[in-house]
Write a protein that binds this ligand. Structure first.
Ligand code: F6R
Length: 612
C-alpha cells in the first residue's frame, strides 16, 4: 500500500492551551486488511479497555452493508457477535460515559439515518446543547443521549449541501468545540478519522492498516507507525493511508516511524488481576527504569545544571512521583527542584522562563493537564524532559529529553509499577547528577533482587489478614516524612481508589498542627518508618497518636513496640520509599478483593482521565 501523508502543525485551529480541557478517555480502533476485521478490532479494543470500560461497540462492512453490535460491560467475546469473521474493514469503540448513561443505545458507533456510515468519538462536544437545539429545529431526531450523535446528524445535514462525505466531515468537525477525535466507517469501504486533542495513531502492517487511540492496541501486529497531529484527517481506502489537514485540505508526504515495543504482552500471566500482576512485576520493572547510561543522561544532566529553575510536573499518582523526583534532586544533588501540580498551571505559567527545565511525569504520556503544563512551559521557551511509560504517546514527542520507564503496559487503571519506575528513574537522575551513577544502578539492582524474595505467600497472607481487619474502617491515616512523605500521599490514594475508603496521607510534622484532632479510639494510623535521620520523629508521631487511642500500623523493615501491627518491608537503602509504597499497593489490592470491588477497574475512574 502506498503512503501519502499530509499534515499541518503550524496552523492549528486550537491548541492544548486554548481549549477547555475536558478529556473523555474512550478508545477507538479501526482496521482495514485482508480478513478477520472483527476479531482484530476486538483484540485491539481489549488492549484499549483501560481507557474506558463501561460499554463498547464494533462495526464492520460486509456485502455493502454496515453492521453494528454494541454491549454494556466489559469487552466480550466476538463469537457472541458473529460466527464467521470475513469482514476486511471495520471500526470499534470502548466507552467511558460522559453524556448519557451507560446503555447499549448510548454505546458507539452511531449510525447515520440512512446507514451509509457509522461514527465513534473519543472526546466531548462541549457545544453539543447549542448544536442539538439547532439540529432539532431542523427536524433531526436523536436516538441516543450522547454528544457524539450530534456529530452524525451534523454530517448528515451538511451532506445535503456539501460535495462529498470528506468535505461534510471536515465542515462538521470545524463546528465542534472541545477535544474530539472521531472515526467513521462508510458503506463505500473507507475509514475517515479526524484528530483534535485526543490521540490518534496509524499502524502500518503487511497488507493491513490500523487506526487507534494508542500504539499499544496494535503493538503485537506492527512497529511501523504514523503519528497523526491535531487537526489532521486520515483517510484509509484501497490506495492506502492519506492524511489531510483540516484547515485547507492539503497533504504532504511523511515517513513511517519505527517503535521500540519491548514487552507488549497484556495477559494476566496466571494472576487473578492485572493489579496484583503489576505489583509483583515491580521486582523487575524498577531495574528496567534505571537502564539509562550516563551518556544517555548527559543532555538532561547538563540542562538541569544550567537551568535557572527546575520544576517537576504531573497529575495524580504521577504528581507524587514528580514530587519525589524533585525531592531526590534537592536531597541528593543539591538542585533546588520544585514540584508543581500540572492542573494548577494557570497559577504559575507566567513564571516559566527561557532557561527553565520542566520534568514531566506520566504513565500514559497523554494526560491533558500535564500536556497543558508542558505547552505553557514551551510557550515561554523552557526546556522539557519527560519520563513516560507509553512509547509513542504525545508527551515524549513534545519533549527535548524524552525518557521511558520501560515498565511494559500498565493495564490496571490504578497505577503501581509505573509509579515506582518513575521514582526509580528519579533516583537514577539525582544520583547521576551527583556523580554517583554506578552507585545508584547497583543499589536498584540489589533492591530488585531483594524484591524477588520479598513477594511471597506469607507476605500476601499477612497483608490480606490486615485488609480483613480494616474492612469496616472508614477513615485511615498514613504518616510519612522526608523520603516517605510522597509515599504517604500515594499510599492513601491507592486505598481511596480501590477500597473507596477515606484515606489521608500526611507529613508527620503536620500532626500537631491540626490533624491529630481526627484521632479517635482505634483510628487506623499507618506510620512509614525508614532507617533514616527522621526515624525518631516518626516514632514520636506514632507514640503521640497511640496515646490518643489510635491503632498504629508500622510499615518498616524493623518492628517496634509502638506498633500494634507490623508489616515488614525490604530495607532498601536509597530505594526505601519504593519498598514502603508497595505495602499500600498490596493492601489496596486485598481490600478491594475483600470488599468485592474490582481492583483493575475501580468505579468512576478511567486511566489518565483529566477534567479541568
Ligand atoms: C492513580 C493514577 C492517576 C494517574 C494520573 C496521571 O492510580 O493512575 O492518578 O497517575 O491520572 O496519569 P498519567 O500518569 O498517565 O499522566
Amino acid at each position: 500500500m502506498q503512503l501519502v501523508i499530509v499534515s499541518d502543525i503550524t496552523r492549528r485551529k486550537l491548541d492544548y492551551i486554548n481549549v477547555t480541557l475536558i478529556l473523555k478517555m474512550c478508545g477507538i480502533f479501526g482496521y482495514k486488511g485482508k480478513k478477520g476485521a472483527l476479531n482484530t478490532i476486538l483484540t485491539g479494543l481489549k488492549r484499549l479497555e483501560y481507557r474506558g470500560y463501561d460499554s463498547w461497540g464494533v462495526s464492520s462492512l460486509k456485502k455493502g452493508k454496515i453492521s453494528v453490535a454494541k454491549k454494556v460491560g466489559a469487552i466480550g467475546d466476538i463469537k457472541v457477535l458473529e460466527r464467521e469473521d470475513n469482514a476486511v474493514i471495520g471500526i470499534g469503540h470502548t466507552r467511558w460515559a460522559t453524556h448519557g448513561g451507560v446503555t447499549k443505545v448510548n454505546a458507539h458507533p452511531h449510525y447515520a439515518s440512512d446507514k451509509s456510515f457509522v461514527l465513534a468519538q473519543n472526546g466531548i462536544v462541549e457545544n453539543y446543547q447549542n448544536l442539538k437545539r439547532r439540529l432539532a429545529a431542523r427536524g433531526y431526531k436523536f436516538i441516543s443521549e450522547t454528544d457524539t450523535e450530534i456529530i452524525v446528524r451534523l454530517i448528515e445535514d451538511e451532506l445535503k449541501r456539501s460535495k462529498g462525505l470528506q468535505k461534510a466531515i471536515i465542515w462538521a468537525f470545524k463546528k465542534l468545540q472541545g477535544r474530539n477525535t472521531i472515526i467513521l466507517l462508510t458503506k463505500a469501504g473507507r475509514i475517515f478519522a479526524v484528530r483534535n486533542g485526543s490521540p490518534l495513531v496509524v499502524g502500518v502492517g503487511k497488507d493491513e492498516i490500523f487506526i487507534a487511540s494508542d500504539t499499544l492496541s496494535f503493538a503485537d501486529k506492527t512497529d511501523d507507525v504514523i503519528f497523526v497531529d491535531n487537526l489532521e484527517m486520515v483517510v484509509l481506502d484501497d490506495e492506502g493511508v492519506n492524511i489531510f489537514r483540516v484547515s485547507d485540505g492539503k497533504r504532504r508526504k511523511y515517513k513511517l516511524q519505527k517503535l521500540d515495543h519491548r514487552d507488549v504482552s497484556i495477559d494476566k500471566a496466571g494472576f487473578p488481576h492485572y493489579m496484583l500482576k503489576e505489583i509483583v512485576e515491580q521486582k523487575h520493572t524498577v531495574r528496567e527504569a534505571v537502564q539509562y547510561s550516563i551518556e544517555e543522561l548527559k543532555g538532561l544532566m547538563k540542562s538541569i545544571k544550567s537551568a535557572k529553575n527546575v520544576y517537576t510536573v504531573g497529575s495524580g499518582t504521577a504528581s507524587f512521583a514528580a514530587g519525589q523526583i524533585a525531592y531526590f534532586l534537592r536531597k541528593y544533588a543539591s538542585i533546588p527542584a520544585v514540584e508543581l501540580k500540572a492542573y494548577e498551571v494557570d497559577s504559575y505559567k507566567q513564571l516559566f522562563q527561557k532557561n527553565d527545565l520542566i520534568i514531566a511525569v506520566s504513565q500514559s504520556g497523554e494526560t491533558a493537564d500535564t500536556i497543558e503544563a508542558i505547552d505553557a512551559a514551551k510557550a515561554r521557551e523552557a526546556k522539557v524532559a519527560s519520563i513516560v511509560n507509553m512509547v509513542g504517546s504525545s508527551i515524549p514527542r513534545m519533549s527535548d529529553y524524552p525518557f521511558f520507564t520501560r515498565s511494559g503496559p500498565e493495564i490496571c487503571v490504578v497505577s503501581t509499577k509505573a509509579f515506582t519506575s518513575q521514582v526509580a528513574w528519579g533516583l537514577l537522575l539525582a544520583f547521576s547528577v551527583a556523580g554517583k551513577h554506578k552507585f545508584v544502578k547497583r543499589s536498584i539492582e540489589e533492591f530488585s533482587k531483594k524484591l524477588e524474595k520479598y513477594f511471597n505467600e506469607d507476605l500476601f497472607k499477612n497483608i490480606r489478614k490486615l485488609a480483613k481487619e480494616l474492612l469496616r474502617k472508614e477513615h485511615i491515616f498514613v504518616l510519612g516524612r522526608e523520603q516517605n512523605y510522597y509515599m504517604s500521599l500515594e499510599g492513601a490514594l491507592k486505598l481511596k481508589e480501590t477500597a473507596y475508603k477515606h484515606a489521608e496521607g500526611f507529613a508527620s510534622g503536620e500532626l500537631k498542627h491540626g490533624v491529630i484532632a481526627l484521632i479517635e479510639k482505634r483510628t487506623p494510623v499507618f506510620v512509614i518508618v525508614s532507617e533514616d535521620d527522621v526515624k525518631d520523629d516518626l516514632l514520636s508521631a506514632a507514640a503521640e497518636v497511640k496515646a490518643r487511642g489510635a491503632w498504629v500500623i508500622g510499615i518498616s523493615s524493623k518492628n517496634n513496640e509502638l506498633f500494634d501491627n507490623f508489616i515488614p518491608t525490604v530495607d532498601a537503602g536509597i530505594a526505601d520509599p519504593i519498598a514502603k509504597v508497595i505495602t499500600f499497593q498490596l493492601l489496596a489490592y486485598y481490600l478491594a478483593v475483600e470488599l468485592g470491588n474490582t481492583p483493575d477497574k475501580p468505579r468512576n475512574l478511567a486511566k489518565s482521565v483529566t477534567v479541568k
